[in-house]
Write a protein that binds this ligand. Structure first.
Ligand SMILES: [Zn+2]
Length: 304
């Protein structure tokens, strides 16, 4: 995997989630209502724009902030008033400080509200452990929440931030733009890639499955209907409910296979050798299959 120098520096600050790193181009796609999807800044970014200003769900890497700011300025001349972080990874939170500054337009020195589940702030502000140094405080959320969800309105639209426990990490959020009917789901759903379950930061297979089912509870099918919910994944293409169903089925079937093999007393190496992801490896990224199987094995039935 090719990584830019800046990303290597970002990695030294705190871990990214293991997906492909940006190459320098930002793609902008109008999704639905007043929500746009920006691709190419690390994790996908969702932007909601209107008379009140700009809200972004995720901010990409710090290195890509100038390109993202240029793309946002074409959508709106207003400042960023809200940031929502779907998880702690630096390809989702790296632009938390740089991006609003570069977009500008607000009161001098003003910071946007930066919303995240409280575990994101707890982990960013914790003393360094192992290879996870403390994140710079300019990146920390300043509007963390600890309940199951948080809601507010912006640009005349209801916005609901849902926490999904112990999935990709223990600090994952999904963002539903209710009138636009667009759901931003972060790294709990990654079409064409096995999910990254970050066991060291509180991820688990059962939380992952619960999170994907929560997406399906909120979304309405798009195909064959006038209206439906669009799903913006943490990485990869714009999706709809049918794409999430396929992914949920894969994750659940692999979980069941690993559980079955483990219940026979097989070690992790033996389970990996049995290749429980084999028939999915052409559709999902085969080289990430082992890491997925390992995370499933380690977190099955609450084991850590
Ligand atoms: Zn990610």
């Amino acid at each position: 995997m090719q990584r830019q120098l800046q990303v290597v520096i970002a990695l030294a600050v705190f871990a990214v989630c293991g997906f492909a790193q940006p190459t320098g181009e930002i793609g902008v796609l109008k999704v639905q209502g007043n929500v746009y999807m920006l691709v190419g800044a690390g994790g996908n970014i969702a932007a909601q724009v209107g008379a009140d200003g700009i809200l972004v769900a995720d901010t990409g890497t710090e290195a890509m902030a100038p390109q993202v700011a240029a793309a946002l300025k074409k959508l709106s001349s207003k400042p960023i008033a809200w940031v929502i972080d779907t998880n702690i990874d630096s390809d989702h939170t790296g632009g938390n400080a740089a991006l609003p500054k570069l977009v500008g337009g607000g009161a001098p020195g003003a910071r946007p509200r930066i919303v995240a589940y409280e575990n994101v702030l707890n982990r960013m502000s914790a003393p360094p452990t192992g290879n996870l140094p403390q994140a710079p405080d300019a990146l920390w959320p300043n509007d963390e929440y600890a309940m199951a969800s948080k809601d507010f309105s912006f640009n005349g639209e209801a916005i609901i931030v849902h926490h999904v426990p112990a999935a990709h990490t223990d600090g994952d959020s999904m963002v539903h733009f209710r009138r636009s009917d667009v759901l931003v789901v972060g790294d709990v759903f990654t079409p064409g890639r096995y999910p990254v379950i970050d066991v060291a930061r509180g991820g688990s297979i059962q939380g992952e499955i619960d999170a994907v089912n929560e997406i399906l509870r909120i979304t309405v099918p798009l195909k064959y209907q006038e209206a439906g919910t669009y799903v913006i994944p943490g990485h990869g293409r714009l999706c709809d409910e049918a794409d999430v169903v396929e992914f949920r089925d894969m994750v659940t079937i692999v979980r069941d296979r690993v559980r079955n093999l483990k219940s026979k007393g097989m070690t992790l190496d033996q389970v990996k050798a049995a290749r429980p992801t084999r028939d999915y490896d052409t559709e999902y990224d085969a080289k990430e299959g082992d890491a997925f199987v390992e995370a499933v094995y380690k977190t099955l039935d609450g084991n850590k």
